[in-house]
Design a protein around this ligand. Structure first.
Ligand code: NAD
Length: 255
C-alpha cells in the first residue's frame, strides 16, 4: 500500500470531507490521527474502524493544538501527512456579522492551519518528506455574499499555502490546497436555514438556486472525490505539485 509506514493527521475528520480523507489515507496504509468533535461512541467506532487515534483538540485554542501535535509526534512519530481540513461557517451580512463568529472562523479556518503546520514542519524536514494538504474552498478564489469571514479565511489559507510551498520546496515537502465547490456534508446542510432566513427562500430554492446555481455540473461534489485527490497528492506522482490551489468545483470558478 502506497502509504504504509506514513502517518497522517487529519483535522476535522469526525465528519464530512475530513472523514472521507481519513478513510482514504488509512485505506492506503497510513496510521491516522483523527481530530474533531462528536459523540464518544461515534468516535470510538471510527477509531476502531480505521485503527486510528483521536485527539479532540479545539482548533480555536493554540495550546490545545500544540498538545495535539506533541501527542502526534510522541505516539505516531509524525505527522508525515498533515491535512488541515476542519472548518466552520456562519452566514450573515457584514454589518450584522457577529464579531465572535468572525473571530471563531478566522481562528479555526485560518490560524489553526498555521499552528498545526508550524509544529509539523521540523519533523517533516528531518525525515525529508512531507505533505501538507489544506481543504480550502471555491471561496478561496471567489466570494459569495454573506460569507465574509469564511471567504477571508479561505483566501488566507490559499495565500498561506503558496508561501509554505516556496519555503519548503527543497525539503521534500509539498503544500497544496484542494478547493471544492459545494460538497453535501453537515457543514452545508447546517447553513441552509440561515440562508433561507437571510434571503427569504425555501429549502429547495436555497439548494437549487443558491448553492447549485454556482456549480455548472448541477450536482454536489462528493467527499470521496475530494479524498481521492488528497490521496493522489500523497503519492510519488504528485511530488512536483506544490503551491497549487486545485479546484474541484464542477466548473464553478471557470465561469
Ligand atoms: P463538517 O461540518 O462535516 O465537518 C467539520 C469537521 O470539523 C468536523 O469533524 C468537526 O467536528 C470539525 N470541527 C469543527 N470545529 C472544530 C474545532 N473548533 N476544533 C476541531 N475540530 C472542529 O464540514 P465539511 O463540509 O466536511 O468541511 C470540511 C472542510 O471543507 C472545511 O474546511 C470546509 O470549509 C471545507 N469545504 C466544505 C465545502 C462543502 O461544501 N461542504 C466546500 C468547500 C470547502
Amino acid at each position: 500500500m502506497i502509504l504504509t509506514g506514513k502517518t497522517a493527521l487529519v483535522t476535522g475528520s469526525t465528519s464530512g470531507i475530513g472523514l472521507a480523507i481519513a478513510r482514504a489515507l488509512a485505506g492506503a496504509g497510513a496510521r491516522v490521527m483523527l481530530n474533531g468533535f462528536g459523540e464518544d461512541a461515534e468516535i470510538a467506532a471510527l477509531t476502531q474502524e480505521l485503527g486510528a487515534l483521536h485527539d479532540g483538540a479545539d482548533l480555536a485554542d493554540p495550546a490545545a493544538i500544540a498538545a495535539m501535535m506533541a501527542r502526534c509526534a510522541d505516539e505516531l512519530g509524525g505527522p508525515d501527512i498533515l491535512v488541515n481540513n476542519a472548518g466552520i461557517q456562519h452566514v450573515a451580512p457584514v454589518a450584522d456579522f457577529p464579531p465572535d463568529k468572525w473571530d471563531a472562523i478566522i481562528a479555526i479556518n485560518l490560524s489553526a492551519v498555521f499552528h498545526t503546520t508550524r509544529l509539523a514542519l521540523a519533523g517533516m524536514k528531518a525525515r525529508g518528506w512531507g505533505r501538507v494538504i489544506n481543504t480550502a474552498s471555491a471561496h478561496s478564489l471567489v466570494a459569495s455574499p454573506n460569507k465574509s469571514a469564511y471567504v477571508a479565511a479561505k483566501h488566507g489559507v490559499a495565500g498561506f499555502t503558496k508561501a509554505l510551498a516556496l519555503e519548503t520546496a527543497r525539503d521534500g515537502i509539498t503544500a497544496n490546497c484542494i478547493s471544492p465547490g459545494y460538497v453535501w456534508t453537515p457543514l452545508v446542510e447546517k447553513q441552509i436555514p440561515d440562508t433561507m432566513a437571510t434571503r427569504g427562500l425555501t429549502r429547495d430554492e436555497v439548494i437549487n438556486d443558491v448553492l447549485l446555481a454556482a456549480q455548472p455540473t448541477k450536482r454536489f461534489v462528493t467527499p470521496e472525490e475530494v479524498a481521492g485527490l488528497a490521496l493522489y497528492l500523497c503519492g510519488d506522482a504528485a511530488g512536483s505539485i506544490t503551491g497549487a490551489n486545485l479546484s474541484m468545483d464542477g466548473g464553478w470558478t471557470a465561469q
